[in-house]
Ligand binder design. Structure first.
Ligand code: RAM
Length: 345
């Protein structure tokens, strides 16, 4: 793509009759040329994962590299381990993985790194020994705070609320849940909120639907469900909107899947929610893999690199003792902007 643009500019300059004199035109080499970059998402059939992979693929291809996209059948560590092993035998240059488990992938990812493959995680981190760095969509604390404040606001400051998560092993989900619990404990403001249950829909639409129905049945005084998963929130939104209930919803959702449920009135189940751009998570992950593969960065704290048109990023210390690169802050979607964003992701 870059090359194409450069040659178009060059042709335009020549047709315009500009005399180049002794000027030289530098042809930028694709920074991923000659290398193979793999991305392993959590599982197939999750539109959020597809968006991440789309961003990753776009950057690697634009930079002249070869890309391998793997969506495992199920959101389990076992499914990812066999993919990692096959990528090691294909001798890829880098693997970016959204971990289905924090520790269980360590042996396979260490094998990969021992072969010289540059391993990083994105979306859901693997432990620091299993990666060189992690591409995080937003700070854990920031996401926890945004969600906790939304629950507080929507519940009117008090009452029963529940969390509908993805899988119980997902590092990102667990980090956000722990952060919400810590905020509730530390600040008196939230003391009248009662977290009744953390339910797991495993990022499967049917299971998430069933878990939402079970929450409604078990807790008659439930006021708010917080689903920090795009699959879970979409399933819960439908259950709550179609059902005979006043229970409201917030969490992390894809605008394209949630637009019909977002609204301030009784006809809508979700007043507002948050997310970031999953395509950009994939794009930043691709630039990170390229910088690692080209040995421009090692993934150590303080490393800096340019992620194409996304700008400059710095590797910073992560809460788990490893390092991370943070995309940005979570973004709020409400009735005022959902129509615009639903077209984008
Ligand atoms: C789901 C997945 C993913 C998470 C988003 C918000 O699609 O659990 O890992 O980041 O939700």
């Amino acid at each position: 793509m870059k090359k194409k643009i450069i040659s178009v500019v060059l042709c335009a300059a020549m047709t315009a009759g500009l005399s180049a004199g002794t000027a030289t035109v530098a042809f930028a080499e694709g920074t991923a040329e000659g290398k193979t970059f793999a991305i392993i998402t959590k599982s197939a059939g999750n539109p959020y994962n597809e968006k991440e992979a789309e961003g990753f693929q776009e950057v690697i291809e634009a930079e002249g590299g070869t890309v391998i996209v793997k969506h495992p059948e199920t959101a389990t560590a076992d499914a990812q381990i066999s993919v990692i092993q096959s990528l090691i035998s294909q001798d890829v240059d880098a693997i970016a993985i959204a971990g289905n488990d924090i520790n269980s992938l360590q042996a396979s990812l260490e094998d990969a790194m021992a072969e010289g493959i540059k391993v990083s995680s994105l979306d859901a981190s693997v432990n620091p020994d299993s990666r060189l760095t992690h591409v995080n969509q937003a700070g854990v604390q920031e996401i926890g705070q945004a969600l906790m404040d939304a629950v507080y606001d929507i519940a009117g400051g008090e009452g029963d609320w529940a969390i509908l998560s993805a899988t119980s092993q997902a590092t990102n989900q667990n980090a956000w849940i722990d952060s919400m619990k810590a905020i509730m404990e530390e600040d008196e403001k939230y003391s009248k909120l009662n977290l009744v249950e953390v339910a797991y829909g495993d990022d499967e639409p049917q299971k998430s639907t069933d878990q939402t129905l079970a929450l409604l049945e078990k807790y008659p005084d439930l006021k708010v469900v917080c689903a920090p998963t795009t699959v879970g929130i979409a399933a819960a939104a439908k259950v709550l909107q179609d059902g005979d209930t006043d229970v409201k919803l917030t969490g992390l959702g894809l605008p394209s899947e949630m637009s019909e449920y977002i609204g301030d009135d009784d006809a809508h189940s979700c007043p507002y929610m948050f997310l970031w751009n999953p395509v950009d998570v994939g794009r930043l992950s691709a630039y990170t893999s390229i910088a690692l593969a080209n040995e421009e960065i090692t993934g150590a704290e303080g490393d800096t690199f340019t992620a194409g048109d996304m700008g400059d990023y710095e590797v910073v210390a992560a809460g788990d003792g490893g390092t991370e690169i943070i995309l940005g802050a979570p973004f709020k979607f409400d009735p005022s902007n959902i129509e615009e964003w639903k077209e984008i992701y």
